[in-house]
Design a protein around this ligand. Structure first.
Ligand code: GAP
Length: 594
């Protein structure tokens, strides 16, 4: 039987507006602006009980797919890191957005967003600053807050990292990490040992990242503190190949840079295998991870008709990436970036190798020993010792690395090395530099990195937005979230039909049984049964169980189980309830089949 009195066509249900969703999220405990008692602060959100559970389930699903199923390691690194890390990574110099300040009200805005929101430019972030200033003047763009003209205002760069001090005083600056990735890269020398020095291997991390966004907006889509789930996959670019066969038939919608640049360019529907063969996706590794990600996004509840992979335009690439594709979801007619799949090459490991005293390479054994010409150093320690004291060994390492990397650096009378931010000159004659023929068993190579980087908050937003439904049940308007059982915060709501000791005792027993098999259960005995169903529908609980007088009076103890989307109800024996609902939760059984 069904509560619905008409054929409910969910296809025709109007899509959620973000406004309705944000209101529901606050009212039902998904997410809301933090520190409301103190007026709230832009760009910081608290996930309430429902939101924290949904986010946790999404993170677990990500961990299952990208760490466990792929055989990757997971780590949990600190969120504050010292300044030299970000000098090396390039974030200190290059992690900037364009800022324009209103001459009237003093509000700061992202200049590229002002341009994109009010002109036909779609990717103003990739424009050089003088051009952005010109566009602002040409279109006579105004301050989004007060309407004053912005023409003639300087557009400046603004570094997005939150700065702090480590310990008392300001001698040891640190930064809140702007991406979880750096926590993985800096530990590479140790992580490679855990991987037994064998490439390829992957390291994942799920954790907070911080960006002091100029204009945080659209609730949890652009915040100043958010969660990333990142995988850094280290490969030998010469020999390692992905298991492309396992994903070659995955169908994808791609929006390559060439199509974005073409006047009549359009999205391309193809398969991962064909996209690689046709040269649309140049890196098979990036293609592999797109092929893994697409079914995963589908499984957690992203609507595949509102999903695509878009390639970055050349001016849009991050400073470390040579190619990057974003997974995008459609929200109220706009595409938002949920994740990026970047080919980072050897950028990060090389930089940390140059700036730190550790080795960010891996030893690659040859099939057979080779005789090669090698640049070596044999420094004069009677010179380095007095000159560098306790740092002498670090200098030796620097000289070795430099000789291996750039033997021309030893062409002159002196060679320059960087030690803790200071440049030192060492006479070449004291370095023992020589080029020799050596028989070698292998070489130290700097692995390349492929990085699938997921934003958890934007995914949570997308999942909620794509799940939002409105229909009519028994002549009443209903709002419900068609969340996938795998991610729904609560799997089943249990209600006694009325306030009655016997019904309540039976309902509590059922709650305990269901919790014992690991299901997430809520008990609700307040208000009429219709209202209780609506409450669970609105938070996306897939099933409700009602204990009524038939349950306690009949010889065979049965309950009513109601399915959220169809509102269909079936009577099921209590004895089988935990097993049946667990099977549905695991995807081994459909409610229809009962
Ligand atoms: N390690 C690579 C990296 O951080 P990114 O494209 O800057 O790449 C990855 O960030 C993901 O993090 C984005 O696709 C997005 O989902 C999420 N993200 C980035 N900035 C965000 C913000 N201010 N608020 C919420 N999510 C954000």
């Amino acid at each position: 039987m069904s509560e619905q009195e008409h054929a409910d066509d969910t296809e025709s249900v109007t899509a959620a507006t973000s406004e309705k969703l944000v209101e529901l999220a606050k009212r039902r405990g998904y997410f809301f602006q933090s520190s409301g008692a103190y007026g709230g602060v832009g760009g910081f959100y608290t996930f309430g009980p429902q939101g924290a559970a949904l986010k946790g389930n999404v993170e677990d699903a990500w961990r299952d797919r990208f760490a466990v199923a792929e055989g990757n390691m997971e780590i949990d690194a600190p969120t504050i890191m010292p300044e030299p890390v970000f000098e090396a990574s390039g974030h200190l110099d290059g992690f900037d957005d364009m800022l324009v300040e209103c001459p009237e009200c003093g509000e700061s805005h992202r200049a590229d967003h002002v341009v994109e929101d009010n002109t036909e430019y779609e990717d103003a972030e990739s424009l050089p600053i003088p051009e952005v200033e010109e566009v602002i003047a040409e279109y006579e763009l105004v301050c989004p807050s007060c309407g004053a003209g912005l023409a003639g205002q300087a557009v400046e760069t603004f570094n997005l990292m939150f700065a702090t001090n480590i310990g008392p005083g300001d001698s040891d600056p640190g930064y809140m990490r702007p991406e979880t990735a750096q926590g993985i890269f800096v530990e590479f020398p140790r992580l490679k040992e855990y991987a037994r020095n064998q490439l390829p291997f992957g390291v994942t991390q799920i954790g907070r990242a911080y960006r002091n966004e100029i204009s945080p907006r659209r609730s949890i889509i652009r915040t100043r503190e958010f969660t990333q789930a990142e995988l850094e996959y280290f490969i030998d670019p010469e020999t390692d190949e992905p298991d492309l066969e396992s994903v070659e038939d995955v169908e994808v919608t791609l929006y390559p840079a060439s199509e974005q640049n073409a006047e009549d360019g359009d999205e391309i529907r193809t398969t991962i295998g064909d996209a690689v063969e046709d040269g649309i996706i140049s890196s098979p590794w990036v293609a592999y991870f797109l092929g893994v990600a697409k079914p995963w996004y589908d499984a957690v509840g992203v609507d595949m008709d509102r999903f695509r992979f878009r390639q970055h335009l050349s001016g849009e690439q991050a400073h470390y990436a040579s190619d990057c594709w974003d997974a995008e979801s459609e929200i109220d007619g706009n595409w938002i970036e949920m994740s990026g799949f970047a080919y980072r090459g050897d950028y990060d490991l090389s930089k940390h190798g140059e700036h730190s005293d550790d080795r960010f390479t891996i030893f690659k054994q040859y099939d057979e020993p080779k005789t090669v010409e090698r640049a070596t150093v044999d420094p004069d320690m009677s010179y380095l010792g007095p000159e560098f004291g306790g740092d002498a060994q670090a200098v030796v390492q620097k000289l070795e690395d430099l000789a291996a990397r750039d033997r021309s650096a030893f062409d002159g009378d002196a060679v320059e090395i960087d030690l803790e931010g200071e440049t030192h000159e060492i006479p070449v004659e004291k370095t023992g530099f020589a080029v020799e023929e050596q028989t070698e068993a292998g070489e130290h190579i700097t692995p390349h990195v492929i990085e699938p980087s997921f934003g958890v908050d934007r995914l949570v937003y997308t999942v909620l937005h794509h799940a939002y439904r409105e229909d009519e049940v028994a002549d009443e308007e209903r709002t419900y979230l068609e969340l996938e059982p795998e991610v729904a915060p609560t799997f089943v709501g249990v209600f006694p039909l009325q306030n009655d000791d016997e019904l309540e005792a039976q309902a509590n027993e059922i709650v305990a049984d269901l919790r014992e098999v690991g299901l997430s259960v809520t008990y609700d005995d307040s208000g009429n049964i219709g209202r209780r169903y609506r409450r669970q529908d609105e938070v996306g609980t897939p099933f409700c169980v009602t204990v009524d007088y038939e349950t306690v009076e009949n010889e065979e103890t049965t309950v009513t189980v109601r399915e959220r989307d169809t509102t269909d109800q079936k009577r099921l024996p209590v004895d089988d309830l935990a097993e049946t609902l667990s099977a549905i939760r695991e995807g081994d059984l459909e409610f229809d089949e009962l």
